[in-house]
Design a protein around this ligand. Structure first.
Ligand code: SF4
Ligand code: SF4
Length: 78
């Protein structure tokens, strides 16, 4: 998780590192992630944030098997 000084929490997905396994989608308690129709250079349909409703819990981060594919930004003391 990455702590920022302002703003709403949100997940940041690096499409080229995502393998579209869907673990983050299944794990997110708010249901704000999905597997999109966008395909990355490796041929995987990648995860995306719907753009609203993230609480910053970071469960998606802890369920992702791919290092650096998903990070969570959350307001706090930097
Ligand atoms: S931080 Fe929590 S609420 Fe936000 S996308 Fe990840 S699992 Fe969902
Ligand atoms: S868990 Fe990681 S690799 Fe799997 S779809 Fe989500 S971001 Fe992509």
């Amino acid at each position: 998780m990455i702590i920022t000084s302002s703003g709403l929490p949100y997940p940041a997905i690096t499409a080229e590192l995502c393998k579209g396994c869907g673990r983050c989608v299944s794990a997110c308690p708010k249901g704000v992630l999905l597997i999109s129709d966008n395909v990355n250079n490796m041929g995987y349909r990648v995860a995306e944030y719907i753009g609203d409703g993230c609480t910053g819990c970071a469960i998606c981060f802890y369920n992702c098997p791919e290092p650096f594919a998903i990070e969570v930004y959350k307001e706090g003391e930097a």
